[in-house]
Design a protein around this ligand. Structure first.
Ligand code: ADP
Ligand code: MG
Length: 301
């Protein structure tokens, strides 16, 4: 299978339901966002040996690559729409690998109602690199920002934290992919429906991909506020507190809600603290003593 056969056989079917993809037969795609809506666009790259081990089922790698982007869209309150895929793969092309990879894409396209719009494919002398750019839309002015939080807002997270960090540890000890925590690492669950519910409710929101402690600092800096978090309130399902604070790959949503809207916090979300004046981000133990939190969190360089 050469480059053009790859596009025709593997990628074109993934673009079939989206007229603007022009059957991947032109130089570019053509898009008009729904009237009254804005595009929300996010890109994420996954590299073999850094973000995935390489030995996983290629379908899972594909779905994770898509889902980390869908998680960004969810955290912005956007409805997923379509995506671009840029791939660097060692030659010769492993047809079994790429076929399985595209099956994974097809499965999640159905699950999230999205289509492939275009991309680029090259060979590499290095390892596999997968870059996806996902597009979603929101009604004009409705995108959730990191910057809208105010002192006094209630801080919440969806789901449970640290699962993926513990899952990765278990995977490295040869725990099977069927283990629920390993599954959380291999296949994140973008909180798409929650993101839509948070429109007009959350004052600030972001997805947690690099550990709560680090990502909360980013939200606080963007909002020019501090925060107090109660360690015992952080929802966990088998992870340690350290994993919940510093582990990556959660793909849950961290958001702030003004106190008068506290009754509307969606199901499956937990209050973990509140935003404060100033810039300190403190994590308190059960008796209110500050826990020294290593700045930890995932960082590439
Ligand atoms: P160019 O010569 O401009 O780089 P290509 O020949 O790479 O264009 O691409 C031809 C068509 O195939 C384009 O519509 C492009 O979007 C599509 N395409 C190439 N690689 C991918 C991919 N990995 N995923 C989706 N579409 C792709
Ligand atoms: Mg071209």
């Amino acid at each position: 299978m050469n480059e053009f056969e790859l596009i025709e056989r593997c990628f074109r079917p993934l673009a079939a339901d989206f007229p603007g993809a022009l059957e991947l037969a032109d130089d570019a795609a053509l898009l008009s966002p729904p009237p009254g809506h804005q595009l929300v666009v996010s890109a994420d790259m996954l590299n073999e040996g850094v973000h995935f081990l390489g030995s996983e089922d290629p379908a899972l790698i594909a779905r994770k690559a898509l889902r980390v982007n869908l998680s960004d869209l969810a955290a912005k309150g956007a409805e997923p729409w379509c995506y671009f895929l840029t791939l660097a793969i060692p030659a010769p092309l492993d047809e079994v690998w790429i076929t399985r990879f595209c099956e994974g894409l097809a499965e999640d396209q159905r699950e999230f109602g999205i289509a492939l719009l275009g991309g680029d494919t090259t060979s590499t002398i290095g390892k596999i690199s997968i870059s996806i750019t996902a597009l979603g839309h929101v009604p004009e002015g409705m995108m959730l920002r990191r910057s809208g939080g105010n002192p006094g807002d209630i801080l919440c997270v969806s789901g449970t934290l640290g699962d993926a960090a513990e899952g990765l540890r278990l995977l490295r000890e040869d725990t099977p992919p069927s283990d629920p925590l390993v599954a959380r690492y291999l296949l994140p669950q973008p909180r798409t429906a929650l993101g839509l519910q948070l429109r007009g409710l959350a004052s600030a929101a972001m997805d947690i991909s690099d550990g709560l402690a680090q990502d909360l600092r980013h939200l606080c800096r963007a909002s020019s506020v501090g925060a107090v978090v109660h360690a015992k309130s952080i929802p966990r399902a088998g992870a340690t507190l350290e994993q919940a604070l510093g582990g990556g790959d959660d793909y849950e949503i961290l958001f702030a809600v003004p106190p008068e809207k506290i009754g509307s916090i969606p199901e499956g979300c937990t209050r973990i603290g509140r935003l404060t004046e100033g810039e300190e981000v403190a994590v308190l133990d059960a008796v209110g003593v500050k826990i020294p939190v290593r700045l930890a969190g995932w960082q590439h360089f």
